[in-house]
Design a protein around this ligand. Structure first.
Ligand code: ATP
Length: 237
């Protein structure tokens, strides 16, 4: 079966810095795939390159069997590939509903936008309750829900999330992980960068371990949970 997304020799550079050094991985339809590794391993650069936020230096990215390596970022969400970047960047002075509307920028028909709104309010009742409220007045956890909800407005087939639980209180972290499982249940494939390794391996099917811009380990979540590559990647930094 053709994977939903596949990279070959993916490389990202910032001037002389080789952040991602030629990696091959795939994400299959319906999977939750975790990307693990210490700070600076190249996880964010990888996700950002997939959605065109940083240029791919060399190698290829295929999505739904099509080469999207150099496609402009704004074309990818309408095509079904969306990233929730690190740091829940919501627009504080816009309402919850206005923030969500921005996630549907690629959708022209009014009925389709209304459908997206219904789908997201169904998944996130708290956003429906607070739809008229400024995003800046939401708690950190609610802002993360909003950031994920906004990404869901474009109806992604593959949703990538960069550190979705970072900086949240333990109870809220748990809600975020439960939400990811619900999203998969709703038919969305997920690629997740997480520093909460143990919890992310509980919800993931498979994972890749990055270190120094290379893949140093991969396998099922159960295999990775006890893998030396994983503990080594964190010890080496
Ligand atoms: P973190 O969890 O800290 O975000 P990461 O695994 O996501 O780590 P990246 O953020 O992708 O790693 O960083 C990989 C390497 O690229 C690091 O050495 C980092 O310093 C470098 N880097 C990242 N962004 C830039 C940039 N805009 N300019 C120059 N170097 C960068």
């Amino acid at each position: 079966m053709t994977p939903l997304l596949r990279t070959s020799g993916l490389m990202v550079r910032y001037g002389p810095v080789e952040a991602v050094r030629g990696i091959d991985f795939e994400i299959g339809e319906g999977e939750i795939v975790a990307f693990l590794g210490a700070n600076g391993a190249g996880k964010s650069s990888t996700l950002n390159a997939l959605v065109g936020l940083v240029p791919v230096h060399s190698g290829t990215v295929e999505f739904l069997g099509r080469d999207i390596t150099h496609d402009p970022a704004e074309t990818l969400a309408p095509a079904g590939l969306t990233l929730v970047p690190e740091g829940r960047r919501v627009f504080n002075t816009l309402s919850v509903a206005e923030n969500l509307r921005m996630g549907a920028y690629g959708i022209r028909e009014k009925a389709a936008v209304a459908e997206a709104w219904d789908r997201v309010y169904d998944l996130f009742p708290i956003l429906a309750e607070r739809r008229g409220q400024f995003a800046g007045t939401l708690s950190g956890g609610q802002q993360q829900m909003l950031a994920i909800g906004r990404a869901m407005m474009s109806g992604p087939k593959l949703l990538l999330l960069d550190e979705p639980s970072l900086g949240l209180a333990p109870l809220i972290v748990e809600q975020v992980f439960e939400l990811l499982v619900r999203l998969r249940g709703a038919g969305v494939t997920l690629g997740v960068v997480e520093q909460n390794v143990a919890r992310s391996l509980q919800i993931a099917d498979r994972g890749y371990v990055l270190s120094g811009g290379r893949i140093v380990g991969q396998g099922s979540a159960a295999e990775l949970a006890t893998s030396e590559a994983l503990s080594g990647a964190y010890l080496d930094g």
